[in-house]
Design a protein around this ligand. Structure first.
Ligand SMILES: Nc1nc2c(ncn2[C@@H]2O[C@H](COP(=O)(O)OP(=O)(O)OP(=O)(O)O)[C@@H](O)[C@H]2O)c(=O)[nH]1
Length: 352
């Protein structure tokens, strides 16, 4: 009988490290002689994360919205197409950081009625520093969304532990156990965990420290798990998107209560690298994620930049395909006109 294709869902708040983990999983699967395929979902109009993925990996892109809500039907279609056209050995779905994983889990379960898919793990990547700060405040939609993503996980990857001290790490470990008593917690820097163990965790029967009953992070199914993973969709998933000169609502049903918004800016020319870095440092706190591809006139080549929870990173890149200079900013109710004005001014000052 035809083998079911194992599916892994990567969840976790914006900038927590999902793509970093995805890259490691893809390398491990390929090294193992497997043929992985990927579904990538981005809130913005461009798939910048796709630039970091090996071009040989079949990839389905779902852009400009969130698979957990109005483009959930697209997820099913993409999964069916990937299975029928690419015959992958394994599929990894990278959700947007604003996604409610329970909906994606249900989307995959529905699709498995049509094609043979086997949901293996729902891995939630947690930005340790970001969660720690939100825990101090104990409020806000982002905090509740993170909580939701943690509750739904079958494995928790406590990433970015380089940004917290040992004491805070103990506190977060306790918090994760409190919110999700079953998922093993793997602490990591740059998502550096043994991938073999991670993907086979249910088979290997890896137990969490101090956990005796042998529950090994099996995927919670919606019936029994619904209690832990309380579902207030409209409130948690907000995905309105607007692009330079063209504003549109990504999801009609959610706009009324969306709290996460994305702004995509296309640059009219190169900018100064120092001024751009300064702009990133000065971003308002309600923008917690930005990424893009830029050309600087004061240094050669093009760069992929990442900004995640107040840390920025630049990587020289030779983009696959035709990619215009672009930046996507994601946050909560920020003043996009102000960001637009400042970004346009960067190009103007470079020209004059
Ligand atoms: N300090 C620190 N930075 C990290 C770590 N892991 C990843 N990063 C950086 O965090 C940024 C975001 O990482 P990604 O893997 O793109 O995060 P993501 O969850 O895929 O982001 P979205 O898809 O936008 O939600 C990148 O600049 C990474 O290099 C870590 O352990 N420590």
């Amino acid at each position: 009988m035809e083998q079911a294709v194992p599916v892994y869902i990567l969840s976790g708040f914006l900038g927590s490290g999902k793509t970093t983990l995805l890259q490691k999983m893809l390398s491990a699967f390929r090294a193992d002689g497997k043929r992985p395929a990927v579904v990538m979902n981005e809130l913005g109009d461009v798939n910048l994360d796709g630039q970091l993925i090996d071009a040989r990996v079949p990839t389905a892109e779902l852009l400009g919205g969130c698979i957990c809500c109005s483009i959930r039907g697209d997820l099913s279609l993409q999964l069916v197409e990937l299975v029928q056209q690419e015959a992958p050995d394994v599929i990894i779905i990278e959700a947007t950081g604003a996604a409610n994983p329970l909906d994606i889990l249900e989307g995959v379960s529905e699709t498995s009625l049509y094609v043979r898919l086997e949901l293996r793990q729902l891995i939630t990547v947690v930005d340790a520093a970001h969660l720690y700060d939100l825990y101090q405040e104990q409020r806000g939609k982002t905090y509740r969304l993170m909580q939701e993503q943690i509750r739904c996980a079958s494995i928790l990857l406590l990433n970015k532990t380089d940004r917290i001290n040992g004491e805070d790490r103990d506190l977060l470990n306790g918090l994760l156990r409190q919110w999700n008593a079953y998922a093993p917690v793997l602490p990591a820097v740059q998502c550096d965990v043994p991938i073999e163990t991670l993907v086979n965790m249910d088979i290997a029967g890896v137990q969490r420290e101090g956990q005796q009953d042998g529950h090994a992070g099996s995927i919670p199914h919606s019936g029994s798990h619904a209690n832990a993973c309380s579902h207030d969709h409209g409130e948690f998933c907000g995905c309105s998107d607007s692009s330079d000169g063209h504003e549109h609502a990504a999801h009609e049903p959610h706009d009324a209560h969306s709290h996460v918004m994305a702004y995509t800016h296309y640059f009219a020319g190169p900018v100064n690298s120092v001024e751009f870095e300064k702009l990133l440092q000065e971003l308002p706190r309600d923008i917690y994620r930005a990424k893009g591809i830029l050309t600087f006139h004061d240094t050669s080549g093009r760069f992929l930049f990442q900004y995640a929870y107040r840390e920025s990173d630049f990587m020289k890149i030779d983009p696959q395909g035709e990619v215009q200079d672009v930046a996507v900013f994601i946050g909560e109710h920020f003043e996009k006109e102000e960001i637009k004005r400042r970004l346009s001014a960067l190009v103007d000052s470079s020209v004059s």
